[in-house]
Ligand binder design. Structure first.
Ligand code: ADP
Ligand code: MG
Length: 764
């Protein structure tokens, strides 16, 4: 049985860990594919569950210092804590917090030691320059005796993970960034220790004044501090999920056996009648059965205005009732609720890899071994070439400094954090605005979009057309004509059909029973009433059927953006009605904003050409393609793509599914109660296309953040490694003190994570 599971990973320290874990897991028999994400510290593993299971997979990587957290809740809890536990969110958050506390204690213990070391170094430097006098020999002697002890504590207690990295390297040949730091600081320590222990023996051969205990102490202190700050901000990058989890109500008030009882939200079943009091959270998805209220959906859809909901309207879990009270029937519970799906989608998206990361991953994977080689080459070069100019003792000392510097500065950490942290923040920010992004690849692609295709009905217009004119060409009374039309439309789901049926219902006219009903795609419908076959639809339908009709009769109306529905028998047209839809208030501004972003907007619609053009002209749309059948929508998208355009298609996600799938980015728009969020790359909840503008801006901001991060991560290694290796020493006499390497390394990861966090605060 093939099985794909996402596990949380414990013990990850850097991006190169990801590739070590990936490689080790891939080798295991029964494992089909593995994707490890450093940003979320998760592994998505596809495996054959007959050959291997989670705990055995975990055993295989435990010797390397990692383990998998096995999630075993089998149903999505509705209680926030259980829900979180199932998703592995809170659990790992609690663990992370305790890990953070542990890190903090260690950092706090090592900082004073680092300050003493820096103070000593500074004093020595300043006294050499004659700025301060030499330290009193007693005091100096005391410090010199203390340094080895401080370094021992620092390396073996605070630096334990790095020593383990060295151990794993020697034992299993697997190196990660801990290995680099470990080898560097251990080398400085062992060199110094040898000098302290064997000073008298070594004196004839080399300068025994210089020890590097301070390097060990300060480098470890900086890196520990950096890792602590990084971990602290990394927890912050993921807080969008936590906020979503907190939207979930813990209990629900339901009617069971005629009594009102409060039950845990997981116990709510389909069909339960739930009571919602003023100010309460909606516990599950459902449909109002009695009462009405305004409901604040802003947390789920990002829409600021509370929406009025009455009997028959859908409501979703996690939204907030205002002052009314009502009862509703539970239709979706547990993992089926929109909120549960959103949480899952956000989590998946945050854990997915953006294509732009592939390069950073490739580099991280080969980075550690390459750096090890460079470090040893550096040491060798100093000893061989340096010694002939500077003498062995000095060359050894410089060589060691360079060796440690290279190992410390070359951490691929910033490189590994650059993409995932920005994606996590970007996806989370989107979710808060009602912009649901399926995966990182979609978010990445979105910023390249240059053409947006929109549907007219429901996207540019509100999608609730009303009947506004009746043109009767038959002997029937007007009411009889619309009644007849409504009897046919009654079976259709098209918004136009609702307009006709609503009109007839409001006038309390009769709606008859149609038989042999059939929808005619993109044109209208057919059906029989009392044995007579009728057709209803657009001008194209009438023309294609060869029914005599002068379409210019429609022009007067279509020029005003109204859509005709023509009723005919096989022989003749009986009359037509006009339906009109209101333009969404935000459409015009959104189109203007898209233009500002350099994006062309094309409207595709099955509607009448003139009516479509009229609407388009009102909102400033560049191009209209009218009278398109669903399959033509696909063809139009393909045509644009073949011209090299990157096309985003915004549609209702249900009817337009094939077109959404063909587009480079499919954008489904829905009100929250009716949207299938898995159907498109991006789902805009409860919105108009102004949200699309926000989504594109979000993508641009996130990509800019990633590129900045990658740039800094690279530039810093490109300059840092040669500088630390002493490549500039022969020219300028520059040699990087490993302490600055440690500082730079710590700073680079922290700055990358903070840069990603900035995405949170940018206004869309
Ligand atoms: P759109 O979503 O752009 O309206 P459709 O393919 O759903 O595209 O419909 C295309 C056209 O076919 C409509 O604009 C309308 O003129 C006609 N049509 C479709 N369904 C009906 C219907 N039930 N009654 C009347 N006309 C219809
Ligand atoms: Mg449609």
């Amino acid at each position: 049985m093939d099985n794909t599971t996402t596990f949380n990973i414990k013990g990850m320290h850097c991006a190169s860990c990801a590739s070590v874990i990936e490689k080790s897991l891939k080798k295991i028999d029964g494992v089909l594919s593995v994707a490890v994400n450093y940003g979320t510290e998760t592994a998505k593993i596809a495996f054959d569950s007959e050959k291997i299971d989670g705990s055995r997979l975990s055993k295989k990587i435990e010797p390397l210092g990692y383990s998998l957290a096995i999630r075993n809740a089998d149903s999505m809890g509705m209680n926030a804590d259980e829900h979180a536990a199932h998703l592995g969110v809170n659990q790992s958050k609690n663990e992370k917090l305790s890990e953070l506390r542990d890190m903090k204690t260690k950092v706090m213990s090592v900082i004073p030691l680092a300050i003493i070391s820096i103070f000593l170094m500074a004093w020595e430097g300043l006294s050499k320059l004659g700025i301060v006098g030499e330290m009193a020999p007693v005091i100096n002697g005391l410090f010199m005796a203390l340094l080895p002890l401080m370094a021992t504590y620092t390396l073996f207690v605070v630096g334990r993970p790095y020593l383990l990295g060295v151990y794993r390297f020697l034992r299993y040949g697997k190196a990660n960034m801990d290995t680099l730091i470990g080898i560097g600081t251990l080398a400085a320590f062992l060199y110094s220790f040898a000098i302290t222990a064997f000073a008298d023996t070594l004196r004839p051969f080399m300068n025994v004044q210089n020890t590097y205990y301070d390097v060990t102490i300060v480098v470890i202190a900086f890196i520990a501090l950096g890792k602590y700050l990084e971990a602290k901000s990394k927890v912050k990058t993921g807080d969008a999920i936590e906020k979503l989890l907190n939207l979930q109500a813990k209990t629900a008030l339901v009617i069971r056996d005629g009594k009102e009882i409060e039950i845990p939200v997981n116990d709510v079943k389909h069909g339960d009648i739930v009571i919602v009091k003023p100010g309460a959270k909606i516990p599950v998805d459902g449909m109002i059965t009695s009462g009405s209220s305004y409901i604040d959906e802003s947390m789920v859809t990002g829409e600021p205005m509370p929406a009025r909901k009455k009997e028959g309207d859908g409501i979703v879990a996690g939204t907030m009732n205002t002052s009314g009270s009502f009862t509703f029937k539970a239709t979706k519970v547990g993992s089926e609720t929109l909120l549960a799906q959103i949480i899952k989608m956000v989590e998946d998206a945050q854990g997915s890899k953006a294509p732009i990361q592939a390069m950073a991953d490739k580099i991280s994977a080969v980075f550690v071994p390459i750096v090890l080689v460079i470090a040893f080459l550096t040491l060798g070069t100093w000893l061989v070439v340096g010694a002939s100019y500077l003498g062995f003792s000095q060359a050894l000392s410089f060589g060691l400094v360079s060796f440690v510097g290279v190992l410390v500065i070359a951490c691929p950490c910033a490189l590994g954090l650059a993409t995932p942290t920005a994606i996590i923040v970007g996806v989370g920010k989107g979710a808060k605005e009602g912009i649901l992004i399926k995966d990182a690849a979609t978010l990445e692609k979105l910023h390249k979009v240059d053409t947006v295709i929109v549907d007219k009905t429901g996207t540019i217009t509100i999608g609730r057309p009303t009947l506004v004119d009746i043109q009767n060409l038959s002997d029937l009374p007007d009411n009889g004509l619309v009644s007849l039309l409504a009897s046919l439309e009654n079976k259709s789901e098209h918004p136009i059909a609702h307009a006709v049926v609503n009109y007839v219902q409001e006038k309390s006219l009769t709606i008859g029973e149609a038989s042999n009903f059939e929808g005619i795609q993109g044109k209208g419908l057919r059906g029989s009433i009392k044995g007579v076959e009728y057709f209803a639809g657009n001008a194209k339908l009438i023309k294609d059927l060869g029914i005599p009709f002068d379409p210019s009769k429609l022009d007067l109306f279509t020029a005003q953006g109204k859509t005709p529905v023509i009723l005919a028998t096989k022989e003749k047209v009986l009359g037509f009605v006009m339906v009109a839809d209101e333009i969404k208030s935000a459409s015009k501004q959104a189109v203007a904003d898209l233009h500002k972003l350099g994006i062309k907007v094309v409207m595709l619609t099955g509607d009448d050409e003139r009516a479509a053009r009229y609407i388009a002209s009102l909102v400033g749309i560049d191009d209209v393609v009218a009278h398109v059948l669903p399959q033509d929508k696909l063809a139009k998208i393909k045509e644009l793509q073949s011209q090299g355009k990157i096309v985003a298609m915004a549609g209702d996600g249900v009817n337009d599914a094939p077109a959404l799938a063909q587009a480079d980015i499919g954008i489904a728009m829905g009100t929250g109660t009716d949207v299938a969020i898995e159907s498109a790359g991006i789902t805009l909840l409860g919105g108009d296309i102004s949200k699309l503008v926000k989504a594109i801006k979000l993508s641009k901001i996130t990509m800019r953040g990633i590129k900045q991060n990658l740039f800094w991560a690279f530039i810093y290694n490109i300059i840092g490694i040669p500088l630390a290796a002493g490549a500039f020493y022969p020219l300028f006499g520059w040699l990087l003190n490993p302490i600055f390497a440690g500082l730079a390394m710590a700073f680079s990861s922290v700055s990358v994570v903070s840069n990603s966090l900035r995405i949170k605060t940018v206004r869309l």
